[in-house]
Design a protein around this ligand. Structure first.
Ligand SMILES: [Fe+2]
Ligand SMILES: [Fe+2]
Length: 375
């Protein structure tokens, strides 16, 4: 049986020292090579035998959108104004809610908290950008490695979607924000592991279920919180695509996991746990604290105590947990993954709606087009 050390490189899931020791030392590199294992599979069975995937494919074709012309790029974005307006709109106090005397923030004033808000936007959107490129590469791999024709068709539409997502986040960062961040090392480790794995379903589990499930929840949270109209619409449209992508994972793996034995399922549970921990670690924003010149460990320790931080962190798993349940991963074997998700404090989402059911209701592109045709 795999230990924590095997799966995540440390014994204690919450070992802050070990988490922060994982950093990106390669920040000036232009390229990053990863061995992409797994065979490219031709199928001579062209019969359309998977209607659920066929339905998803038809919706994907209809709900394509153009990143250049369907979003209001002429919107002026004043980052500092957005930070203040978001805090005001969401009833948050600007600055810390906790007692910060004797902490690295003791002498921070409004200017520092405002700069932190700006850096936080730059960092968040940069990580979305890098994650989207991971999705682009993973989905191109799915086209090659999945043995079913209906899945190859659908995955091809997702490749186009992901190109558009990389395009919109890159454009938003370049034209509206004030700086990029390199990829977070925890996110990169996870993407490398997903691409490395030679088993075709692991690409789906890592990307469609875990990374995209988390992205769908994170985009939803930010889409609700932001007062900036361009980002709001951009995220609505990206989410419409992401919901299909997660549904693609759920529908495909639901079928495939019925064929696997107990040992194989256990390996999938372990992979899901590894991915969950890596993604939680990436949201500690260690690079932002570093850039702000404060002691990273002290800063992270303080942030982790903030109640709204804990709510946000848990909410990130609101799509992943019900989808893992639908796939039978929560309770398979000795309910190993249920126990891990309980320890991570996210099991409460198990009965939330799964994305295999909800994706059509998130198709905001179709809704806008219908409204425009009625008007
Ligand atoms: Fe995407
Ligand atoms: Fe996606």
């Amino acid at each position: 049986m795999a230990t924590n050390l095997d799966m995540i490189g440390r014994h204690d899931v919450n070992d802050l020292e070990a988490i922060l020791a994982v950093t990106n030392h390669d920040v000036d590199a232009i390229a990053h090579d990863v061995a992409s294992n797994g065979d490219a599979i031709f199928t001579w069975d062209y019969e359309r035998s998977r209607p659920a995937l066929g339905k998803l494919y038809e919706r994907a074709k209809k709900s394509q959108w153009n990143a250049q012309t369907d979003l209001p790029w002429d919107t002026d974005v004043d980052q500092e104004h957005v930070v203040l307006a978001n805090a005001l709109a969401n009833g948050a106090t600007f600055g810390p809610e906790l007692d910060v005397s004797d902490t690295p923030f003791a002498n921070w004033g409004d200017a520092e908290w405002l700069e932190f808000g700006v850096q936080s936007q730059n960092w968040t959107l940069s990580q979305f950008l890098h994650g989207e490129q991971g999705a682009l590469i993973c989905t191109a791999k799915v086209v090659e490695t999945v043995p079913w024709i209906d899945a190859k068709y659908y995955a091809a539409t997702q490749v186009m979607d992901e190109a558009r997502h990389v395009e919109v986040f890159a454009k938003y960062l370049d034209e509206k924000l004030s700086g990029h961040y390199p990829i977070n090392a925890h996110l990169r480790l996870l993407l490398d592991d997903i691409i490395n794995d030679s088993r075709w379903d692991m690409t789906y589990l890592g990307m469609q279920i875990m990374v995209e499930g988390l992205a769908l929840a994170a985009f939803g949270f930010i889409q609700q919180m932001t007062t900036e109209p361009l980002l709001k619409k951009l995220l609505r449209y990206v989410m419409a695509d992401e919901a299909r992508h997660v549904a693609f994972g759920v529908l495909s793996l639901q079928e495939y996991y019925k064929e696997l034995d107990a040992k194989e399922i256990k390996e999938r549970q372990e992979f899901a746990f590894e991915a969950a921990v890596r993604m939680r670690d990436r949201f500690l924003q260690q690079e932002v604290w570093d850039r702000m010149g404060v002691d990273v460990k002290e800063a992270v320790k303080l942030v982790m105590q903030a109640p709204e931080r804990q709510t946000f962190q848990a909410l990130l798993f609101s799509k992943i947990v019900p989808n893992c349940k639908k796939l039978g991963l929560l309770d398979a074997g000795d309910a190993w993954l249920r126990e891990r998700f309980t320890e991570l404090g996210v099991i409460q989402f198990e009965d939330w709606v799964d994305t295999g059911e909800e994706y059509a209701t998130l198709d905001e592109v179709a809704k806008d087009r219908e409204a425009a045709s009625v008007a």
